[in-house]
Design a protein around this ligand. Structure first.
Ligand SMILES: NC(=O)c1ccc[n+]([C@@H]2O[C@H](COP(=O)([O-])OP(=O)(O)OC[C@H]3O[C@@H](n4cnc5c(N)ncnc54)[C@H](OP(=O)(O)O)[C@@H]3O)[C@@H](O)[C@H]2O)c1
Length: 193
């Protein structure tokens, strides 16, 4: 894996701590690898540990949908003093994601005076086992079919590392004045304008 250095030759996230939920597969695992490589100490979570979880990251097994799981993660994060980065969980899916973005904007305004930044990353169709399983489920339900069949104008599906790069940027010193923002990383998938 390549080492990510800043202009002074040091690993730019050295001394930083990150909590990446859902870091054993797909997008989360790519984020864990990227942040580790940039020098951060990383705590990651999932319901079960798998062989694909980067070994250098600390791991806590927890289901984020349960109070007990959330408490276990909060306790482990307090030890590391880290902040959450990514959470996994169809109309309720997109509704929850939209609510999360609005919540994040409000949280960003509230926490800015304390020097805490809050940003969201919205991935487009990204090639992961979880992404494929969700799209198959949508197709079976015949729901969101237009999205299932969408090919991004950039001509390919996203790779987990495309999303990890965006997260890396948002947590890097170069983004120190960036908060309350939503970064859409989707190869131009959704019409905007
Ligand atoms: N891939 C795409 O095309 C795409 C597009 C847009 C948005 N996203 C979003 O990006 C995030 C990651 O997607 P992905 O495709 O990388 O998913 P993935 O490959 O299925 O990985 C999901 C990760 O989350 C963990 N996880 C799932 N449910 C959990 C729960 N209840 N409690 C704790 N951990 C849980 C999984 O481990 P365990 O199963 O062991 O718990 C795994 O580590 C998700 O929020 C997804 O909605 C993905």
């Amino acid at each position: 894996m390549s080492t990510i250095e800043n202009s002074s030759g040091t690993r730019e996230l050295a001394g930083k701590r990150a909590l990446v939920t859902g870091g054993t597969r797909g997008i989360g695992a790519a984020i864990v690898r990227r942040l580790l490589d940039a020098g951060a100490a990383v705590l990651t979570t999932a319901r079960s540990e798998t062989g694909t979880a980067p070994e250098e990251a600390a791991f806590v097994a927890a289901d984020v949908r349960t109070r007990a799981g959330a408490e276990a993660i909060a306790a482990a994060a307090q030890e590391l003093a880290a902040v959450p980065t990514v959470a996994p969980p169809f109309l309720h899916y997109t509704t929850a994601k939209a609510a999360l973005e609005n919540y994040s904007r409000g949280l960003a305004a509230e926490l800015a005076p304390a020097g805490i930044r809050v940003n969201t990353v919205s991935p487009g169709r990204t090639a992961t086992p979880g992404g494929e399983a969700t799209r198959e489920q949508w197709a079976r339900l015949d729901a969101g079919t237009d999205q299932v069949d969408t090919t991004a104008p950039m001509g390919r599906d996203g790779r987990p590392d495309d999303i990890a790069h965006a997260v890396h940027f948002l947590v890097s010193p170069g983004a120190s004045w960036l908060t309350g923002s939503g970064l859409v990383v989707d190869g131009g998938e959704f019409p905007r304008g």
